[in-house]
Ligand binder design. Structure first.
Ligand code: AP5
Length: 213
């Protein structure tokens, strides 16, 4: 099963994508996580991506598309995957569709996690991310067992650089301009499914599993 997660920054795509990956035994592929791992490791890609990410802008397609296509071509993706953060604009969606069509494949579901902008800033300022394994928490909704420490790997939790309110505002603007048009793109293809992302996360997940079966 090949699934795309859609939704505004902070809508809960990553949270739900991890749960889907666990339930259905498919890899969770987050382009944001891949860029953050590259930044942490000081790679050339990471240095290039960081400048865009810190400003709340999209990383250029030249740096993003091949990376994603190489990733989904790997062996562990043969039974499907859940994409979180890709595609981010219509050109990325078209490249992905063409690459899949060349192999007689296609995306099965595009799941839009709907959360209005007014909820987003609060969610993002409360989010904490692990510098070690990338696990995410929320200081109120999903607190770690020990404040500031990751339950999974014991490393420190940080506020992501791009989760500061002024950068979140920019990311929301970029989302509405460049990413939201994907909702109509997948609606026209007949594979768009929407869920209310303001419900508690287990209820959001139940709604998604009712769709995916
Ligand atoms: P990326 O990492 O993809 O960020 P994003 O899309 O902005 O999404 P987030 O990770 O911020 O949020 P999310 O929806 O996953 O929410 P989460 O589950 O964490 O991208 C970062 C940057 O990388 C981009 O700005 C861009 O520069 C670059 N990039 C990435 N992909 C790219 C691409 N394809 N092309 C170009 N550039 C690209 O949840 C948020 C918080 O809310 C958490 O604290 C969570 O615990 C909490 N929460 C989740 N669900 C609920 C719930 N139901 N109720 C209450 N709280 C909840």
């Amino acid at each position: 099963m090949k699934i795309i997660m859609l939704g505004a920054p902070g809508a809960g795509k990553g949270t739900q994508a991890k749960m889907i990956a666990d339930r259905y035994g498919i890899p969770h592929i987050s382009t944001g996580d891949i860029f953050r791992a590259n930044i942490k490791n000081g790679t050339k890609l990471g240095k290039e991506a960081k400048g865009y990410m810190d400003q709340g802008l999209l990383v250029p397609d030249e740096l993003t598309v091949k990376l994603l296509l190489d990733r989904v071509a790997q062996e562990d993706c043969s039974d499907g995957y859940v994409l979180d953060g890709f595609p981010r604009n219509i050109p990325q969606a078209e490249v992905l569709d063409r690459a899949l069509a060349d192999q007689g494949e296609r995306i099965d579901y595009a799941v839009d996690v709907e959360v209005a902008d007014r909820h987003i800033i609060n969610r993002m300022s409360g989010r904490r991310a692990c510098v070690g394994c990338g696990a995410t928490y929320h200081i109120v909704n999903v607190p770690p067992k020990k404040e500031g420490i990751c339950d999974v790997c014991g490393e420190a939790l940080i506020l992501r650089e791009d989760d500061r309110p002024d950068t979140v505002t920019k990311r929301l603007a970029v989302y509405h301009e460049q990413t939201q048009p994907l909702i109509d793109y997948y609606k026209e293809k007949g594979i768009l499914k929407s869920v209310d992302g303001t419900m508690p996360m287990e209820e959001v997940f139940d709604a998604i599993t009712r769709i995916l079966g």
